[in-house]
Design a protein around this ligand. Sequence first.
Ligand code: OSB
Ligand code: MG
Length: 371
Amino acid sequence: MRIERVELLLVELPLVRAFRTSFGTETTRAAILVHVETPEAEGWGECVASREPLYSSEFNDAAWSVLSEFLVPALLAAGPDVAAEDVAEALAPFKGHRMAKAALELAVLDAKLRSTGQSLQEYLGGSGDRVTPGVSVGITDTIDELLAIVAAHRDEGYRRVKLKIEPGFDLEPVRRVRSLLGPDFPLQVDANTAYSRADIDHLAQLDELGLLLVEQPLAEEDLLGHAELARRMSTPVCLDESIVSARTAEDAIEIGACSVVNIKAGRVGGYLEARRVHDVCRARNVPVWCGGMLETGIGRAANLALATLPGFLLPGDISATDRYYREDVTAPFALEAGSIAVPHRPGLGVEVDRKVVDRLAVRRAETSRAS
Ligand code: OSB
Ligand code: MG
């Protein structure tokens, strides 16, 4: 790919409903979109960082800075022709900033696939026409409010619910949702690192609620704490924040810190590394599922493709567009009979509406190849 021009656009999309987690409340998603132009095709990528470094250390201003000052120049300097498979290596000298790197790699990959006519699903090695997603439900002020939201999602056709929990909003709300949904409905919880090793006995009480898994209860770095927790509870422990590469996935599984892995391409530095995470988990019979970061249609299209790889054995956080946004930068993804169609057209398989992007953009930058 000869990349002629790279554009960064920070867009703001109001959320249909405020999304509260143990780390904060989001009412608007601010996302950096990456647009690359090559003679053959354009490509789009999305950075899953948000405004503040609350989920992880990455945040939009840092991602913008590292992209414009270091990553985009390094990509353009990597030669007139750079393959999507070489992007990660060209960016590797710069430590961390995986979400920023993933966005740039996805844009290059999309351009390449659009030019060769291959879908991202086919390129990644996935198969199938539809994905059965779950829905991630934020913390609410009251349990009644939570029950109303969960009931509405169940009635829309979602077949797996994930509840956000935090100290003070855990056993009781989950118990009430369990009795609303009945004993067999797939239900799981996500603490986004809100607990400590001192809470292990408390967390073990979740065992009586028949959960699919408990996601990232302890700190990002606390693999041994998660291993201890996994020994002391029967509910499978799943890691999200802790898994930043195929290497960390392998290590976490090896020491018994998790028996399920949430894969987010942004968190691990791109869709190619995400596939490697999938591969190491699959080789060890560890089921994976596709996490979400309130993506626009760009990241959502890519996640749908990723979620069709064979090791994705649990429903992912890839809900329909209307669970997040009234207006998106692509055509909406709809839930039909409990599932969402996977794009099959080249690249991401979706058209980005440039007019909407331009209207929602609050910041822009562009870099062109010098010669
Ligand atoms: O921990 O999975 C998470 C959203 C933002 C940041 C972190 C997380 C989430 C979600 C929402 O749970 C998933 C989605 O529907 O996009
Ligand atoms: Mg999570």
